[in-house]
Structures are given as structure tokens and as C-alpha cells.
Write a protein that binds this ligand. Structure first.
Ligand SMILES: O=P(O)(O)OC[C@@H](O)[C@@H](O)c1c[nH]c2ccccc12
Length: 277
């Protein structure tokens, strides 16, 4: 049976082939070389410290999703990203997948020009061309979904990402995928509580799996954040950062919401430190 993930990737490959015909890899590489140096996404997410300092927020520009359809009429992704940054987001995620999520590289360009914090190109990376493309468009981070890649691809794509001065969020959903992410030396590991094969969300997945990640990598809880309670839950189970899409694009005051999420996360971490949770 074809899973949702396989179906999405088939479409991504078709669109990618069309872009590659218009802009061959050699020309894309010239553009990537001309882009300003990437920002440090690992540090922005609180990485490289012994103690988890606080809870960081990755705020996502997400127009549509396969499970929910149109989420919000985002007229101006740059303005939205500006509000996210104003609320204290550490990284802006821009979904660039077109067919299911309604995103584009134009959205990435608009957001890149609007903020001075790291930007994640969120897509179903399935070819090195997409990593070069991310860099050419000024992205600082890319997404590598373990379920979509074999070990050789995962290793090669991560190496290319680092060579280009970027970082990767290596996305997992099972203990086996976490073991694969750790084995290739991922510095940032995401646990997506949404199963990309069925699109079902189960928030308990994060707490069940986070303990499998050793000290060192930044740990991100992805998907399903509805409110400050969910942020507290993920922070209380070891998340350095949460990645939030739907709840923020639907919110009339995303800036205030992010500030609230950061506060809730910081309190949960402080409570753990004091042993009072
Ligand atoms: O809208 P939510 O439930 O806050 O989820 C955001 C993000 O985690 C989700 O968009 C996502 C996680 N991994 C992905 C991979 C591809 C596309 C989308 C995603």
C-alpha cells in the first residue's frame, strides 16, 4: 500500500524535476555560493550547552495541510514571520512543499528577506538538489525526514547540509528512526508526533521516545501544540524547542501566543530543575 508520505514524495519529485530542467544543478550551485553565510540554527535552538537554558519556539508558515486542508489565508508570509520574530521565535519554519501544503520557494524568499533569525526550509528533502536550493534561497536549516531516506542518503544529505554551512533537523517518529538519526551524528533531532504514513497525531509519542535520545543533540517536539498546556507537557519531557504551525497561523495574535508559549516552557523547565513539577 502506498503511504501518505510516499504519495507526497512522488509529487515532490515531479515538481523537483521540472525545476531542475529550468535551473540545472551547476547553475544552482553558483547561486548557492553567492548567498550570504548561513546563520547558526543549532545555537539559536539552545544547542551546545550543558544545561537546557529555556524553551525555544520554531514558528511555522503553513498555509494548508493534507489532514486539515486550508488552515488560514496567509496573505503576507513576510508580515507573519515578522510577528513570529517579534514574539520571540528562535527559528522560522517555511513549508515550501506546493501540492499538499500550498507553500513555495517564493514564500521562503519573502520570509528570508523579512527576518534576521534562522530560517528552516521545511520540505520533503529527497534529492541533494533540494539542499542546494535551500542554501541558494538563504535557508539556514533543512528538514531531513528519516522515514523518507535510507541510511546512505541520510548520511550524505546531512554531510552536504553541513558542508554548505547549514544545519538539519533530522525528523523521527519511532525508536528505530531515532537510533538511525543518532548513528549518523544528527545535531538536531525532531520527534514528530504526527505519523506521516497515516497523518494521525498522538502527543504521547514525544514523552515515550524522548528518553532514547542521548545527551548532546537538540531535541524538538514537532506537531500537535494547541496551547500552553501542550508546550508545558513537551518541555517537561525534555524538549529544547517546539515546532508549531496550525495553532499559530490560526491565531489572531501569534506574537502574544509565542511569548506565552516561551513563558510556559521556561516555567516547566525551571520546575524540573527545582524538582517541583
Ligand atoms: O501544524 P502543527 O500540528 O503545529 O505541526 C507543525 C509541524 O510539526 C508539521 O507541519 C510537520 C512536521 N513534520 C513535517 C514534515 C513535513 C510537513 C509538515 C510537517
Amino acid at each position: 500500500m502506498v503511504t501518505v508520505l510516499q504519495d507526497i514524495i512522488a509529487g515532490v519529485r515531479e515538481d523537483l524535476d521540472a525545476r531542475r530542467r529550468t535551473l540545472p544543478l551547476e547553475e544552482l550551485k553558483v547561486r548557492a555560493a553567492a548567498a550570504p553565510r548561513a546563520l547558526d540554527g543549532f545555537a539559536a535552538l539552545g544547542g551546545g550547552r550543558d544545561e537546557r537554558p529555556d524553551l525555544r519556539v520554531i514558528a511555522e508558515v503553513k498555509r494548508r495541510s493534507p489532514s486539515k486542508g486550508e488552515l488560514a489565508g496567509i496573505a503576507d508570509p513576510a508580515a507573519l514571520a515578522g510577528r513570529y520574530a517579534g514574539g520571540g521565535a528562535s527559528v522560522i519554519s517555511v513549508l515550501t512543499e506546493e501540492r499538499r501544503f500550498g507553500g513555495s520557494l517564493a514564500d521562503l524568499d519573502a520570509v528570508r528577506a523579512a527576518v534576521d533569525i534562522p530560517v528552516l526550509r521545511k520540505d520533503f528533502t529527497c534529492d541533494p538538489y533540494m539542499i542546494w536550493e535551500a542554501r541558494a534561497h538563504g535557508a539556514d536549516l533543512v528538514l531531513l525526514i528519516v522515514a523518507a531516506l535510507d541510511d546512505g542518503e541520510l548520511r550524505d544529505y546531512l554531510a552536504l547540509t553541513h558542508e554548505l554551512g547549514m544545519d538539519a533537523i533530522v525528523e523521527t517518529h519511532t525508536a528505530g528512526e531515532i537510533a538511525r538519526a543518532v548513528a549518523v551524528g544528527a545535531r538536531i533531532i525532531g520527534i514528530n508526533v504526527r505519523n506521516l504514513k497515516t497523518l494521525a497525531v498522538d502527543r504521547s509519542t514525544f514523552a515515550a521516545l524522548a528518553g532514547n535520545i542521548p545527551a548532546g543533540p537538540v531535541v524538538i517536539a514537532e506537531s500537535g501544540v494547541r496551547d500552553a498546556g501542550d508546550v508545558r507537557h513537551y518541555a517537561g519531557h525534555g524538549a529544547n524547542a517546539v515546532l508549531v504551525g496550525e495553532a499559530l497561523v490560526r491565531d489572531a495574535t501569534p506574537r502574544e501566543r509565542i511569548t506565552e508559549f516561551r513563558q510556559a516552557g521556561a516555567e516547566a523547565i525551571a520546575a524540573l530543575r527545582l524538582g517541583t513539577h
